[in-house]
Structure formats: C-alpha cells, structure tokens
Design a protein around this ligand. Structure first.
Ligand SMILES: [Zn+2]
Length: 433
C-alpha cells in the first residue's frame, strides 16, 4: 500500500462555524473522522507564520519567521517587509544567507525520494513559506515553482485561478488532476483562499461571509470523494486532514501604534529605529540595538495603553514560541473580548494599523493575536491511527501536523517541536455534539 497524506485547509474557518447547515461536507466528515476540540493556532495567528509552522513542525523561535509582516536589519537600518510578496523569501535569503533554520516537510520528503505538492490560493509569500528553497512543487496564482525553484510558465502555472470561491474550485480541479492523480504526490496540500478572503472584506456571519464558508466546504467535499475513490481502489493508505490555520475576530478599533510612539515622544515621524509592524490583531515591535537603553520606556508606554491586551516580552514572549532576536523587542496581542457582532458572532478585537495603503478591516474579520476566537481553528483527521467518529480534547497545535504527517509517511520527524497526533486520547466516540 502506498502511504500518502492529503491536507485541505479552509483558511480562517472558525471551529464554532463548522456545523450541519454552514458546512455540511465537513459535518459529515466529522462523523467518521477524529475531531480535535482543543486545536490552536500559533502566534501571530497569521497565515504566513502558520504556514511556516505547519511546514516545519516548529514555532517561530525555531524556524525564524517572526510574522506575516516583519522588520529586517539591512545594513544598519530596520526595514519593514510584507512576507506575502512573491519575492520575500528570495530577499530574506539574500539578507541573512538562508531562509528557515530548520527543514520543511518538502525537504524531508525530497531526501526520502518523495514528492510534496502545495496548491495554494492565499498570498504568494504564504505559498512559498511551505517550501522556500524549492524541494517540491508550489502552485499559487501569482507564482508557481517546480523543484529547484524552477519557475513555471504559461500552461504549467495556475495564473487563471482567482482569489474567490470560483478560484478555489478551479484550484481544487488542478489539485485533483495533478497532485492526487497525476504525480500521485506523497504529500498533497490544498489551501483555499476562502473563507479568509471574504471574512476580511465582510462582517463575520453575514450572508457573504457564510457563502464563502459554504463554497470552501463544497470544495472539500470534492476532495473527500476523490480520496475515498482512490482508497476504494485498494492501492493507497491515505491520511486525510481537514483543518484551518486560525479563526477570525471582529475589528472594533484600529490603532496606529507608530503614530502612538510619535505622540508619546518615543520616536520622530518616519524614524525606523523603533517600528510597530502590524500582524492584524497583533503587532511585532522592533527596536534598533543602538537604542537598547530606551527598551524599558517603550515597554512601559505599551503597558499603559488600553489597546495593548498583552505585552509579550521575556518569558511571555518565549511562551508563545518567539525569541527577542533580530531586533525584536516584544510583541503585542491586541485587546480582545467575547462580545458578539451584529450577526451574533462573538469575539471583538482591536487591530494594529497595517502598512500605508493596506485595508484596515474595521468592522470586518481579522486575526493575528491570542483572542479566543482567532485561536480556534478546526481540525479533523481520518486514516490509520485515528479512531472513527471520535473527539479528542487534548491540546493540539499547528506544529503537531508535520510530525503526524511524517509519521504516516514513515519519515523521521526529528527536530519537530510538535507531537504526532496518532493515538491521542479520545474522550467520546459517536455523534457530534
Ligand atoms: Zn489564514
């Protein structure tokens, strides 16, 4: 039997949004899979970071990618960067000599002579975070790569995929034709752009946001039927994983942290020696080493701000898997609470104002912090080592997926921080609650 793992990610789908009406395909899958009731994202709970943690089985302190947006020391200046750009990984490698400090699943598979294929409809930078150095295949509407980072051109790429439900459907067709069939990749990852994209642009729980959830759910159903057909043919032992990378909260306030630093006299406008880099409902605060004597004043100011839900430094920073290296002073998990929005969807947060020109999502969905609802991705796994119709309440995290997948494929997960989820304690078996 050929062992394979297929992972379908419905970006941004909250666990409390999975149900018989909103997601009938996932609901039916949940009736035969093991469901993980205490699954969590990472910090920041943002797609590019989650992708790096998923790919490596480690937290940012280990793999080195601190955020969805980061600052890099270039020459002697801190420069903010959007990791979502198609060329960020190439720039990162040029600045520090390498990308991740630890291997990705794609690299581990390539060493074992196996193929990993990622079909991804979020940002090109998030797609490349699965395999920045070109060990397997990456497909994104903006850029696609064969092994050795050979750029794929017209006819081979997926440039006709759009960032909406229609695009996710086309992406699913490409995935089924090229990864599940076609190359018969040992690891196939299908990462939809929805419902994340629509939740950022609409009110959580609104008809438009719910339609995007339904669209992604239908795409998962198509994958599940194709996987079941291959299992039925009797030649393949496929681990099927359905999950999301983070949830969403409703943004009720947008804070320009850099402007607050200027108003507090901690920096002059435009001065890059102190930078607040937005990661949605969190922010990374960078301080140039020439200003280390100002660290206490910056931290004291942040602690005085009502919008800074928690100021993470020292042990608190380590507890979320980050380290104060590369000029990172601290991180902010923005204020959050459980109040409902106008559609009755709970979870409100302040958000950090993003780079000039990027939308601030006021009133719509956002994520990145430690709020209860953004830290509530869903996870269901079906296959060898997982009880059918089971519920596990043991804490699991994004970093547990790599060792689980590698274990299924018979490849060493040495160096992963996460733990394999096969044979986790199951609290109930039977119908979904
Ligand atoms: Zn995401």
């Amino acid at each position: 039997m050929k062992r394979r793992a297929i992972v379908v990610v419905l970006d941004g789908l909250r666990r409390d949004m999975v149900g018989p009406e909103a997601t009938p395909e996932l609901h039916r899958f949940g009736a035969v899979a093991t469901r993980f009731a205490a699954h969590r994202s990472v910090f920041p709970s943002a797609t590019r970071v989650v992708s790096a943690c998923f790919a490596t089985g480690t937290l940012p302190a280990q793999h080195g990618l601190q955020g969805n947006s980061v600052a890099l020391m270039e020459g002697s200046t801190l420069v903010p960067h959007d990791v979502g750009r198609p060329d960020f990984m190439d720039h990162w490698r040029a600045v520090r000599g390498h990308t991740f400090a630890v291997p990705t699943m794609a690299e581990r598979l390539a060493r074992a002579g196996l193929e990993a294929m990622v079909f991804n409809n979020v940002s090109p930078g998030a797609a490349r975070a699965h395999d920045p150095d070109g060990h397997g295949w990456i497909f994104n509407r903006a850029c696609s790569f064969a092994p050795t980072l050979r750029r794929l051109g017209a006819g081979e790429d997926i440039a006709d995929v759009t960032l909406d439900t229609k695009g996710d459907r086309l992406l699913t067709t490409y995935f089924l034709d090229r990864a599940l069939a076609g190359h018969e990749a040992a690891l196939g990852v299908l990462w939809f752009g929805e419902p994340d994209h629509s939740q950022h642009e609409n009110i959580l729980g609104s008809p438009a946001a719910m339609a995007a959830i339904a669209g992604a759910d239908a795409c998962f159903g198509a994958v599940r039927r194709a996987v079941d057909a291959r299992r039925a043919a009797g030649q393949e032992d496929i681990l099927l994983i359905a999950c999301s990378d983070h949830g969403h909260q409703t943004v009720d306030e947008v804070i320009d942290i850099d402007a607050a630093f200027v108003a507090a006299g901690l920096k002059a406008a435009g001065d890059p020696s102190l930078l607040a880099v937005s990661n949605g409902t969190s922010a990374l605060i960078y301080l140039h080493p020439d200003r280390n004597e100002d660290a206490a004043a910056v931290l004291a100011f942040l602690r005085s701000c009502s919008w800074a839900g928690s100021v993470l430094e020292g042990d608190a920073l380590a507890a979320v898997g980050q380290v104060p290296v590369d000029s990172l002073l601290c991180a902010i998990a923005m204020r959050s609470d459980d109040r409902p929005n106008e559609f009755g969807v709970p979870g409100m947060s302040a958000a950090a104002k993003p780079f000039a020109g990027k939308p601030d999502r006021l009133g719509c969905g956002q994520h990145g912090g430690l709020g209860a609802w953004e830290q509530m991705p869903f996870l269901m796994i079906e296959g060898d080592g997982f009880r059918q119709a089971a519920l596990s309440d043991e804490p699991t995290s994004v970093i547990d997926l790599a060792p689980t997948i590698l274990g299924h494929l018979g490849i060493s997960a040495e160096g992963c921080e996460g733990q394999p989820m096969q044979q986790r304690r199951v609290v109930t078996a039977g119908h979904q609650g």
